[in-house]
Design a protein around this ligand. Structure first.
Ligand code: CA
Length: 260
């Protein structure tokens, strides 16, 4: 069966960077469409049925945040990764709250970006047609969100209901950044008081004590300072084997091959 290449739209005005992204993504098996302004990016995105969009926030015509809003009006769940030199927590949070899925700050490693691309495509393929009945496994920890079973090195763990909800939200977005606000909304709804952030930190800390080999140096539950948290995907444990069933095979990327 011929593999269908995921269509990735790259909206970036820096010619060198755009070329580098195009070549890397093509090497990784993507069908790449390019644009150098916000307006042309929206046109390309609208006509190209993209599986994923990579968007530079600093564009010459339209502000990137306007592009995010437009894209989200069209597609609520299409993966959108932000690329930006704006290394401020405020800018990151704003982009994520507008509906971006992840955020990579320039300068970035190509392997890091490709890992994010793969995580975003994997999540999207799960949303659309993957079997939800597949546990997430990474760094010795397995999370079966359907049966609410969590194991570490094969041993079942006792999690409190709130710890489980935090973990399940991160697992649903495996490999991607989840903002603190999204986690707070998930736990207590959108109007929860600000001090609930400290409760969330406490849940993360207790999850680390249960899940991490060394809670002081977490490898699974990662903090993105000032922005949120990310659960790390360990390709050794999970990765492709989770995606190896059925139609979503067509969307699998062998990105590691080229992540130099
Ligand atoms: Ca730019």
């Amino acid at each position: 069966m011929a593999k269908v290449k995921p269509v990735v739209v790259v909206i970036e005005d820096d010619v060198k960077l755009r070329r580098l992204l195009r070549n890397s993504l093509q090497d990784a098996g993507c069908d790449v469409r390019e644009a150098d302004t916000g307006a042309s990016g929206l046109l390309v995105a609208a006509s190209g049925k993209p599986d994923l969009i990579i968007l530079d926030l600093g564009l010459p015509d339209i502000d990137g945040s306007e592009v995010i809003k437009k894209i989200r009006e069209w597609w609520s769940a299409r993966p959108l990764i932000i690329l930006s030199g704006r290394d401020s927590e405020v800018a990151k949070v704003a982009a994520l709250e507008l509906g971006a899925d992840d955020y990579v700050t320039k300068p970035f490693g190509l392997s890091e970006l490709l890992a994010r691309v793969r995580a975003a495509l994997r999540r999207a393929s799960r949303h659309t047609h993957a079997d939800p009945d597949v546990p997430f496994c990474s760094h010795g920890v397995c999370v079966d969100t359907l049966r609410r079973v969590v194991t570490r090195d094969g041993v079942a763990l006792n999690l409190t209901p709130n710890e489980f909800r935090v973990l399940a939200t991160l697992v649903k977005n495996a490999g991607l950044l989840v903002t603190t606000k999204k986690l707070l909304d998930e736990l207590w709804g959108p109007d929860c008081p600000p001090h609930n952030r400290s409760y969330l930190r406490a849940y993360i800390a207790s999850l680390r004590r249960k899940l991490e080999q060394n809670p002081a140096r977490p490898v699974l539950l990662l903090t993105e300072a000032g922005v949120g948290y990310r659960i790390a995907v360990d390709t050794k444990d999970s990765g492709d084997s989770q995606d190896a069933s059925g139609a979503q095979d067509d969307q699998n990327l062998d990105l590691d091959r080229h992540s130099a």
